[in-house]
Design a protein around this ligand. Structure first.
Ligand code: UTP
Length: 308
């Protein structure tokens, strides 16, 4: 197909997922001194495996992980481990063998290294060559969306209908806006969970926040974001902020411009935050198919006994 005959990027299918996992994880030190926070286990799988499973469930079999220091553990986890497999095979332990193999069988996983952690915007820019000229999904490696809530599928659908970029928004208490990027929005006729984003501010003080709709770690972005990121100067915290580039796209017109938000009303855990991590462990532990019943029963008794 000639370049002119190509459909606009908005209507090209979303096939690739980018998972930035190169942050320093300072909130979780010292656990994250030698391993990436994305490798911390939630019940019996590292947090990042839930994220990759979410991408492949939504049909995105091509996953690019942006890694930094300590990337070895991430690469090893999504690779085969022959020694382990042989040992389990020799023991006839089929169940554990299947568990070990599963992470290596999830789509095609590529890795690219972000030399310096210059910010989430810079991490996404590292994906430009791999992504090319189609819209693509971004899933933050430390943000876990409950598998029962199909947020990514919804973002992809809205992007295919409306074009431009689409971000996930979560209503947070006003005193928490300083922890997130926040969106100024307008309603969209006939849609209960979709809004037009008219502006974005990274980590505003409650008095300056345009709303209490916080950006959470799922996006479907038009590839025009890369050109904007190229010229986005470091913003808050000296980092190249994805929010700043999206603010530009929200204000722009023309092909690939415009930003919509999907207001998410499901379950989400920030596994890079110690308290949220503990909550994720309890909630997902209570629903685990092998451990859930026993764990939930113990938890109930423990709470009833005053947590002693
Ligand atoms: P965070 O804001 O959670 O930052 O990044 P962080 O450095 O990872 O963690 P703390 O705040 O020090 O504890 C949001 C997402 O962006 C990625 C992170 O890995 C995380 O998925 N990120 C951030 C990068 O990939 N590169 C960066 O330079 C910054």
């Amino acid at each position: 197909m000639s370049a002119d005959a190509r459909p606009p990027a908005a209507r090209r299918p979303v096939e690739k997922a980018v998972i930035p996992a190169a942050g320093l994880g300072t909130r979780f030190l010292p656990a994250t001194k030698a391993i990436p926070k994305e490798m911390l286990p939630v019940v019996d799988k590292p947090a990042i495996q839930y994220v990759v499973e979410e991408a492949t469930r939504a049909g995105l079999d091509d996953v690019l992980m942006i890694t930094g220091r300590n990337k070895g553990a991430l690469e090893d986890h999504f690779d085969r481990n022959w020694e382990l497999e042989q040992a389990l095979e020799a023991k006839g332990d089929e169940q554990r063998l299947a568990r070990v193999r599963k992470s290596a069988d999830l789509g095609t996983i590529h890795f690219v290294r972000q030399g310096e952690p210059l910010g989430l915007g810079h991490a996404v820019l590292c994906a430009a060559e791999h992504v090319g000229d189609k819209p693509f999904a971004v899933l933050l490696g430390d943000d876990l969306i409950d598998a029962r809530d199909h947020l990514l599928e919804r973002l992809i659908k809205v992007q295919q209908q409306r074009g431009g970029s689409v971000i996930a928004l979560l209503e947070v208490p006003p005193e928490q806006t300083h922890l997130y990027g926040c969106a100024a929005v307008q309603p969209v006729d006939g849609e209960d969970d979709v809004v037009q984003v008219t502006g974005l501010v990274e980590k505003p003080d409650p008095a300056d926040a345009p709303s209490n709709l916080a950006i959470i770690g799922r996006y479907v972005l038009d590839p025009s974001i890369f050109d904007v990121l190229e010229r986005t100067a470091p913003g808050r915290g000296g980092e190249i902020q994805l929010t700043d580039a999206l603010q530009e796209r929200a204000a722009a017109t023309g092909e690939g411009a415009g930003v919509h938000g999907v207001v998410f009303r499901g379950r989400r855990y920030d596994t890079g935050d110690r308290l949220d991590y503990l909550k994720a462990m309890v909630k997902l532990g209570s629903r685990h198919k092998e451990l859930g019943d026993d764990f939930a029963a113990w938890l109930k008794d423990w709470v009833a006994a005053g947590g002693e």
